[in-house]
Design a binder for this molecule. Structure first.
Ligand code: F6P
Length: 648
């Protein structure tokens, strides 16, 4: 019995043992299989997904790659992929914003100005007032042409209005202007683009003579420019100046009627009385005045019999802008000596009759076109019909060269010969183009510049048949005697130089006396080896900046008067005293001989300056300062009541 029981126990133990091993084997198998499955189906995809996420974080992987890394974990993959997409988008947005912020700190564009001004204006509107209108309709030989006048002011303000819309109030000076306005003397411009409103103001011939030619241009213009032309002050001109200022003020008040928070930007010496007239009628209006010409020292300004009235008129503005700090200083000095007012030299502000005017320098500039910056200069030259040659002068070539004359080193690389098409148009055969672009104005130093060219040809006959000086002189203020005299003098000087030096194949000076379009002038800018901007005195001078802006090939040399406001910024120009004819002549020689590396370095630095401090930045600074002016609530309430009563 005992033996039987032992057998059963042994068998049971054996069964248990076998079962144990079987179960253990199964467990091991299950564990191994599970581990393998975990490894194959979970760990590997998770590792790959983690690796993908890490690469995504470093910006090394695409979002689409993610789905396949997750394998069968599709719902999870979907969620993580969405998350990854959001992450990528957020990173892109942050980068874009950072890049824009970085660029924006430097570069002002039309778009940025538009946003900037709209933000600051809020529900307000921009109104610009100037004498010169941006588009003139002229009828000639049965055809009407729409002309953009040669005015630094128009060059600067037009892009601002294009960017921000608004209303530009100006004198309608074209003989066909009336045919192009509506019943309210308004039209949308530029023609065909309709970006902003131009409101034309009509003047009688007597008003034009007295206010524009007389008081503005025979009085204030020579008063503010040190060009040794005596200012003329006539009582009758002063009377017209006052009445025309009043006339423009009435138009402005009409335009802003019903507008809350109007922002008014008055331009130049034609309207010194306007700010005070408007401020009296609409104390809620924010008014900026920009004086586009120099402001002389108080002794000079005191020549004007109506200096107190002019200064008082200007002080109606909340912001008064000049190109340079020195003009601001002169203005504060003038106020100190002319009127009862509190000048604050710390803040550069003036308090008079409870109203504060801030006086600031805002150096004006030109528009900067980003799109042309990286365009190929070669393409531009082709578009303009220009060709590029080495332009190497052949020593001993022309018959008039003195035997012992040493050929100056003229830099060869990248130097353009006067392009074929221009040459054909002008009938010239010089290899190097020296350029001047101005209004025919005695402040521009055109005669002195011609004398420098004459001296160059006299003293260095090697340049004969090598250079051609093209002077574009657009007719300006032709009704004024001094301007008529200047024209005769310029023509006489050009004639003398040509008579002395010209050959059958070559003319040293070409004088173009007509208004050239922007694109036409740009062709000359791009073709000119050297641009002469030798004004005797100039608030800023935008030709200097236009030349730099046009040179997207980073070539060309600028010779610039140290008496032009632009000289404060364009330090890489060859700066000259325009009265020193020999110095200007030397600058031409230096410029033409300048090695290409130096030309490029100088031009690149000047382009950087003009790009950074372009007209959009100029406008943004003035308008931001103006919009920041606080108008007290009680003033606002009074003004709105007045405006409502007027409308009723
Ligand atoms: O740049 C100075 C300036 O007086 C501008 O104000 C004016 O528009 C420009 O010269 C041209 O003068 P005008 O308008 O008399 O032709």
């Amino acid at each position: 019995m005992t033996a039987d029981a032992d057998y059963i126990r042994t068998e049971a133990i054996e069964v248990w043992r076998r079962s144990f091993f079987r179960v253990a084997a199964i467990v091991v198998l299950v564990v191994v299989v599970t581990l393998m499955m975990v490894r194959w189906f979970l760990q590997q995809p998770v590792t790959r997904a983690a690796d993908w996420l890490r690469r995504l974080r470093h910006g090394e992987a695409d979002v689409e790659e993610g789905a396949k890394e997750f394998g069968y974990l599709v719902p999870l993959a979907r969620e993580v992929t969405t998350l990854a997409e959001n992450l990528t988008q957020a990173r892109f947005a942050a980068e874009t914003e950072a890049r824009l912020r970085d660029q924006a700190e430097h570069l002002w564009t039309a778009e940025r100005l538009a946003v900037h001004v709209r933000d600051r204006l809020g529900s307000g509107q921009l109104f610009v007032v100037s004498h010169r209108e941006p588009f003139i309709h002229m009828r000639k030989k049965g055809r009407t042409e729409c002309i953009v006048p040669p005015s630094g002011l128009v060059t600067a303000i037009e892009p601002v209005l294009q960017a921000c819309d608004g209303t530009w109030i100006a004198h309608g000076s074209g003989n066909d202007d009336r045919a192009h306005v509506d019943d309210h003397d308004r039209l949308r411009v530029p023609p065909g683009e309709n970006r902003y409103t131009l409101r034309r103001v009509w003047l009688s011939p007597e008003e034009e003579t007295g206010y524009y030619e007389g008081f503005s241009n025979e009085g204030i213009w020579p008063l503010c420019h040190i060009a040794h032309t005596r200012p003329i002050f006539r009582v009758s001109d002063w009377n017209y100046y006052q009445s025309v200022n009043k006339k423009f003020a009435d138009v402005v008040l009409d335009e802003i009627n019903g507008t809350r928070h109007p922002v008014i930007f008055v331009q130049d010496y034609h309207f010194a009385l306007l700010p005070a007239i408007i401020k009296n009628a609409r104390p809620d209006a924010r008014i900026a005045m920009f004086w586009h010409i120099p402001w002389p020292n108080p002794e000079f300004f005191s020549i004007c019999p109506w200096q107190a009235e002019l200064v008082n008129g200007l002080l109606g503005a909340d912001v008064i802008g000049f190109h340079l700090q020195s003009y601001c200083n002169n203005f504060l000095d003038t106020v100190d000596r002319t009127l009862e007012a509190r000048t604050d030299w710390e803040q550069f502000s003036i308090r008079r009759n409870g109203h504060v005017s801030n006086v600031r320098p805002y150096p004006i500039s030109v528009a900067w076109d980003e799109s042309t910056e990286n365009s190929s200069p070669e393409v531009d030259r082709d578009v303009a019909g220009l060709s590029r040659g080495n332009g190497v002068p052949q020593p001993g070539g022309p018959s008039l060269v003195k035997k012992d004359e040493q050929a100056p080193q003229v830099s060869q690389i990248g130097r353009a010969i006067v392009p074929d098409m221009l040459r054909r148009e002008l009938g010239i055969d010089g290899e190097h183009l020296v350029l001047g672009v101005d209004r025919m104005d005695y402040t521009k130093g055109i005669v002195e510049r011609l004398l420098a060219v004459e001296m160059l040809l006299q003293e260095h006959p090697w340049y004969l048949e090598k250079i051609t000086f093209v002077q574009i002189a657009s007719p300006s203020r032709t009704g004024i005697q001094k301007y008529a005299d200047l024209r005769v003098e310029v023509e006489g000087t050009v004639e003398r130089i040509n008579r002395t030096f010209q050959t059958s194949a070559w003319k040293p000076v070409v004088l173009i006396q007509r208004q050239c379009s922007h694109s036409e002038v740009a062709r000359y800018y791009r073709a000119a080896d050297l641009c002469l901007v030798t004004a005797l005195h100039d608030g800023m001078n935008l030709v200097a900046k236009e030349y730099v802006a046009a040179r997207n090939d980073c070539d060309g040399v600028l010779v610039l008067s140290k008496f032009a406001g632009a000289a404060q910024e364009l330090r890489d120009a060859l700066l000259v005293n325009p009265y020193d004819v020999a110095q200007v002549k030397e600058a031409i020689i230096t410029g033409l001989a300048m090695p290409v590396e130096e030309r490029r370095l100088r031009m690149t630095r000047m382009r950087h300056q003009v790009k950074e401090y372009n007209v959009y930045r100029w406008a943004s600074r003035i308008l931001a300062d103006l919009c920041a002016v606080r108008i007290e609530d009680d003033i606002l309430a009074v003004a709105m009541n007045r405006s409502q009563r007027k409308r009723a």
